[in-house]
Design a protein around this ligand. Structure first.
Ligand SMILES: [Zn+2]
Length: 493
């Protein structure tokens, strides 16, 4: 029972140290406390954990659940270690890149954010184009990165990177893609009507609109005053308080809300120790998008910070990420509940057009994830012929979103390890979880002190079970419906 020359217990302790250090480096860099992102030293120090021999040995030990989780961890990091130079190069280039726009220069990340709030259509179009030009500059690195992912997966005995991800996660991406394609077909008509109506309200037509136009239409800062920046943290405390969770007593949960020039504009959750030290990091500006993003991360943070410290590392740090994403979606959805707004932000009534707009964003995101999954499967199978795939990306995205996509984004928009599949599964899990909470505690379950108890019981279990297994357990006897039906329901009901 030795992995990379280590005993099983030693190996697991080492996995935990490695993940903690990596997470801490990520926190420091993304929070703007440190300019560079240096993981080389960490990967070198723990190289034994995902050496070829350790990975091959772990691949043979997948008979039980912890074994499967550990093998998945080791194999993915075996790849990541060998493409880390490219990962860092791309990240550093993006960080340093400037977008030329309106005669001035803007840092790349803030330009991406600017796209949400630029009201002038012509300017928005120019900015979108300028961003795509910057993205295109790193595409050769991205192509190389994907080629290496495939090559290393084959060296480990898998037929390609898709097969590698499928075998290790136990999730059939193939079957999921068939389901999500049906979801796209069945909802196309309703989606088309919703998008057309939303665009028309802003004087835009479906034929000429781009993804940036659609994002602006739904994200336009119309409701900013309802979501004041200075109430973000107190709203978290009152929300949790109503569920019977006292935020002030969660000593392992930390918030970093301090503004820093290089802080990453998107909120994120960083577990440095699970459950001992969990960070929620945000560069708060206020507004609906900020609240949605913050509460999403709070959902992750509550999950991680409640995990039973006695569980093995395979259940605390590793396992099915769709479980944690599901908890994050449940918290995120609170922000757009009328009763939640009343209780936490003293907003007397939830504006109907705000609910509509957010549902459209959610819907569009699910359709984009479905397209991204299909694109990822095709890309990794064809061994990445870039000239061919950029147009294919735009085609699949346009079929799914019905608005124009930039072909240059074809690899920028791609996620490692088919994370789009994780989101799709998480949306279904979140629907089941909320259904369970409603049936146990009523429509206003989030105002019940029992909610914290009920969720806490699930949180404590970490990521031992998959999202599907947990959903099944919560609603026993409910006939398993095909995933596409559940997604249709999740988006339309
Ligand atoms: Zn998340």
């Amino acid at each position: 029972l030795k992995m990379g020359g280590m005993k099983a217990s030693e190996y697991e302790r080492s996995v935990e140290d490695f993940l903690g250090q990596l997470s801490l480096e990520e926190y420091r860099h993304l929070a703007g406390r440190k300019d560079t992102f240096e993981t080389e030293g960490i990967f070198r120090e723990y190289a034994e954990l995902f050496s070829r021999s350790a990975v091959l040995e772990l691949l043979q030990k997948r008979q039980d659940r912890p074994g499967r989780h550990l093998a998945e961890f080791a194999a993915h990091n075996h790849i990541e270690r060998q493409i880390r130079d490219l990962t860092e190069e791309i990240a550093n280039q993006e960080n340093a890149a400037e977008v030329l726009w309106e005669g001035g220069r803007q840092p790349f990340h803030s330009a991406c954010r600017q796209l949400f709030s630029e009201p002038d259509r012509k300017k928005r179009r120019e900015l979108e184009k300028a961003i795509s030009e910057v993205v295109a500059r790193q595409n050769n690195f991205r192509v190389e990165r994907i080629r290496r992912q495939g090559k290393i997966a084959r060296e480990l005995g898998f037929s390609d990177y898709c097969n590698f991800c499928e075998q290790l996660s136990g999730v059939s991406l193939q079957a999921l893609e068939v389901e999500t394609r049906r979801f796209l077909q069945e909802t196309e008509e309703v989606y088309r009507a919703k998008v057309t109506a939303a665009l028309e309200k802003e004087g835009l037509s479906l034929e000429e609109a781009t993804l940036a136009d659609l994002r602006w239409v739904v994200f336009a800062p119309r409701w900013e005053s309802l979501f004041p920046v200075d109430k973000l943290l107190s709203a978290a405390a009152t929300t949790l308080g109503a569920m019977g969770i006292e935020l002030a007593r969660q000593k392992n949960l930390h918030f970093d809300l301090e503004p820093r020039p290089r802080k990453y504009p998107r909120a994120f959750c960083c577990p440095v120790r699970v459950p001992g030290e969990v960070w929620v990091v945000v560069a708060p500006r206020g507004g609906c998008i900020d609240y949605l993003a913050f509460f999403h991360e709070l959902g992750h943070a509550e999950h991680f910070s409640h995990i039973d410290p006695q569980l093995p590392v395979a259940y605390r740090w590793l396992g099915d990420k769709a479980v944690s994403e599901g908890f994050a979606f449940v918290f995120q959805a609170l922000v757009l509940k009328g009763k939640w707004l009343q209780e936490n932000l003293q907003v007397p009534e939830l504006p109907a057009d705000l609910t509509e707009a957010w549902r459209l964003v959610d819907f569009c995101n699910a359709r984009r994830c479905a397209a991204r999954l299909r694109f990822g499967l095709e890309l990794h199978r064809r061994n990445c012929d870039p000239g061919l795939m950029a147009d294919r990306y735009a085609q699949l995205m346009e079929e799914a979103t019905l608005v124009k996509a930039s072909p240059e984004n074809y690899l920028f928009d791609l996620d490692d390890g088919f994370y789009s599949a994780t989101y799709l599964r998480a949306w279904v899990f979140d629907a089941g979880l909320r259904g369970h909470l409603r049936s146990e505690l009523g429509g206003e379950w989030f105002l019940s002190p029992q909610a914290g108890e009920l969720l806490g019981k699930l949180w404590r279990r970490g990521q031992e079970k998959t999202a599907e297994e947990l959903a099944e357990e919560l609603r026993p006897g409910s006939r398993p419906e095909p995933l596409h039906r559940r997604l249709v329901e999740r988006m339309l009901v």
